[in-house]
Design a binder for this molecule. Structure first.
Ligand code: GLN
Length: 206
């Protein structure tokens, strides 16, 4: 039980390598996940940024949708960043008509929410749960949380500009999401928080 947890990164599309590196720096063993057997093998999973419509299609084509939904329903810890956040939402606004999610989080997530003029931007966010220094949040064609149910714990909101107040990081049980990309900044506090959630979940199960 002292073994480091095995955390997978869904590797059908998106920024997989950056997450593998951030997870390893946070004390996890890692693997890529592309097949149902790999979904069953991991203690926790990261859904990376990328294009949620493409990831959704590939997840279904690879026969991963039901295995992933089953493990999420059974309490597996999952961290979704950007497109990964869209995949974990029960409801999407501005999705493609045929777009499906894995679900798990009682929230509506709006795709490409910050609009065309602001495809990408950065902001410092003060996140109490991570303590100390603000987090440099990098947003790339990012979604936001449009509305969230009572079980959702808000971790961060946009602090400045026209989108001030919008939820951009949240947690519900073992599911963690950010609109932004901590894997590209070298600040591993979100990945450490996630690996702690995975460890805690392992302890409760053993
Ligand atoms: N706009 C993308 C989508 O809708 C998400 C962007 C990202 O993951 N960087 O899936």
């Amino acid at each position: 039980m002292d073994q480091q947890p095995l955390v997978g990164v869904l590797a059908v599309q998106g920024d997989v390598r950056e997450h593998l590196a951030a997870l390893e720096a946070s004390g996890a063993r890692t693997c890529t996940v592309r097949r149902p057997a790999e979904v069953d093998a991991v203690d926790g999973l990261v859904l990376p940024g990328g294009e949620s419509t493409t990831i959704d299609k590939l997840v279904r084509a690879c026969g991963l949708q039901q295995p992933l939904r089953d493990r999420i329903a059974a309490g597996m810890p999952v961290y979704g960043s950007c497109a990964g956040m869209i995949l974990l939402a029960d409801r999407i606004a501005d999705g493609r008509p045929d777009q499906q999610t894995l679900g798990g989080l009682d929230m509506t997530v709006r795709r490409n929410a910050f609009g065309r003029q602001v495809d990408s931007f950065e902001e410092d966010l003060h996140i109490r749960e991570l303590g100390g220094e603000p987090v440099r949040a990098v947003f790339i064609r990012a979604p936001w949380v449009e509305e969230a149910g009572a079980a959702v714990q808000v971790l961060a909101r946009v602090e400045h500009g026209p989108a001030a107040g919008r939820i951009v990081a949240a947690r519900q049980g073992n599911l963690l999401v950010t609109s932004f990309h901590p894997e590209v900044t070298g600040d591993h506090r979100f990945h450490r928080l996630f690996v702690d959630i995975v460890r805690q979940n392992q302890r409760e199960r053993s």
